[in-house]
Each structure stands twice: as C-alpha cells, then as structure tokens.
Design a protein around this ligand. Sequence first.
Ligand SMILES: [Zn+2]
Ligand SMILES: [Zn+2]
Length: 66
Amino acid sequence: MRALFESVCGDCDEKIRTGEEIARTDRGAWAHVVCPPSKLDLQRPVCTVCFTEISVSGACMCGAAS
Ligand SMILES: [Zn+2]
Ligand SMILES: [Zn+2]
C-alpha cells in the first residue's frame, strides 16, 4: 500500500514519505517495499577520470589500473 503518513522504515531506518510503497513487516512495523540506497551511497562521488564510484577510503579505479 502507499504510505498515508510519514514514519520510519523498520528495515533501513530511513524516513518513509507519504505516497511511498510500504508493507508491514512480520514484526508489525512499516517498512519500504524497496528500501532506498543508503545516504552514504547517494553521497559517494564518482571519479571524473575513470567514472567509477570513489570508495570511502578515497580510492577509485585510477589507482588500480597500473
Ligand atoms: Zn527502508
Ligand atoms: Zn578514477
């Protein structure tokens, strides 16, 4: 069903916004049907040279090429 009010997802702990598809978990909590990617993933930059995601450590495929 679609969320009728804002709440917090029981699976990923991210906010559920009104209108998002949610389902009730076996624990009785509401959760996203498909949880969004974590904020960490969304904020991860992409290297403009090799076009791979730069990891948390700052590495990308540029260093792995040689
Ligand atoms: Zn979720
Ligand atoms: Zn790179």
